[in-house]
Design a binder for this molecule. Structure first.
Ligand code: AKB
Length: 323
């Protein structure tokens, strides 16, 4: 059986749909809120509750024979800064609750962990094209949580004789842009918010400056990346953790692109210093050699294709069907 945590989130809803389309049955979900009606029929079971609740996690692993976990439940970077202790409990203790249950299993469990480029901290030159092992010295709560979980997952899957049944795989995502959902509590949220506003003929006030730059990709590429990594032969994977991106526009570049489609769209700025400082210390460009060589990472959507062929038409469609 497949367990997805954070089922109702942007990525959870898209992933469950894709796994279902691939013919996967026996998908069970966990979320703090009741499951969205749109994804309910795709599940064989769902649990409402808290990833921090050890007894609930134990119940899920006792009642079901789980052999694949997609652990997506998390508090994102901006929100984590305002509730650091709770963020640690959800992002770290919640992760450990899952590993503890897997430890009690005899059979192998493939485990996908959604990590983040928030694990990096670059002091000055944001334009260095970094590799996975560079600059892993996070200065934000979310990044600390994610890096620790990556390390623990890799440790248990490689070096511990306590747990020889864990196959731990992880991707460090940056900003992800979806056509039909908006993220909550992230620092990269400005891009999806700006695009969704423009399509709805609303102006947008951006909380980071025009030169701000981090990597992005669209949701379908993020989902394909998870599926491809999870289906790759273990022998080919030289690492447990990979980072990936599809394009890396500045805010200004996104604005100019939106202007091509929506000439009346207006962007203003009201910079939030904490959010700006996070964006400023995250990389603008990733060296993706490891992901390309080990499991064939190749996004379908570059910057222009993402906007012209996926985001703008799909978001227009989404809001017109909503009315
Ligand atoms: C966030 O903004 O918190 C996330 C991330 C950078 O992982 N999108």
């Amino acid at each position: 059986m497949i367990l997805i945590t954070g089922l109702n989130g942007e990525m959870g809803s898209a992933l469950v749909q894709r796994l279902h389309d691939l013919g996967k049955q026996n998908i069970i979900g966990l979320d703090i809120k009741p499951v969205k009606e749109s994804i309910k029929p795709l599940l064989s079971k769902n649990y409402i509750g808290d990833i921090k609740d050890k007894s609930l996690i134990n119940k899920i692993f006792t009642e079901n024979r789980i052999n694949e976990v997609y652990h997506l439940a998390a508090i994102l970077s901006t929100k984590a800064e305002s509730i650091p202790f709770l963020s640690h409990q959800i992002n770290v203790d919640g992760f450990l609750n899952l590993l503890e249950e897997i430890q009690n299993y005899k059979s192998e469990v493939k485990f996908f962990f959604a990590s983040s480029i928030a694990v990096y901290h670059l002091d000055n030159d944001k334009n260095i094209k970094i590799s996975e092992d560079d600059f892993c010295n996070p200065s934000n709560m979310y990044g600390c949580n994610k890096l620790y979980c990556e390390k623990i997952g890799s440790y248990f899957s490689k070096h511990s004789n306590l747990m020889n049944n864990l196959d731990f795989r992880s991707l460090r995502f940056s900003g992800i842009i979806s056509a039909n959902t908006l993220p909550v509590g992230g620092t990269s949220d400005y891009a999806p918010e700006m695009i969704h506003n423009a399509v709805q003929n609303k102006d947008y006030t951006c909380y980071v400056n025009p030169q701000s730059c981090i990597p992005f990709m669209v949701m379908p590429d993020a989902i394909e990346a998870i599926i491809n990594l999870m289906h790759s032969s273990k022998k080919k994977l030289k690492r447990n953790v990979y980072h990936i991106q599809a394009f890396n526009p500045t805010v200004e570049k996104i604005y100019n692109k939106l202007k091509e489609h929506f000439p009346n769209f207006q962007l203003s700025y009201d910079v939030n210093q904490r959010r700006q400082s996070l964006i400023d210390c995250w990389p603008c460009e990733l060296n993706q050699t490891a992901a390309i060589n080990d499991w064939g990472w190749k996004p379908k959507f570059d910057f222009d294709k993402a906007f012209d062929e996926y985001l703008i038409p799909s978001i227009l469609d989404f809001y017109s069907n909503k009315d």
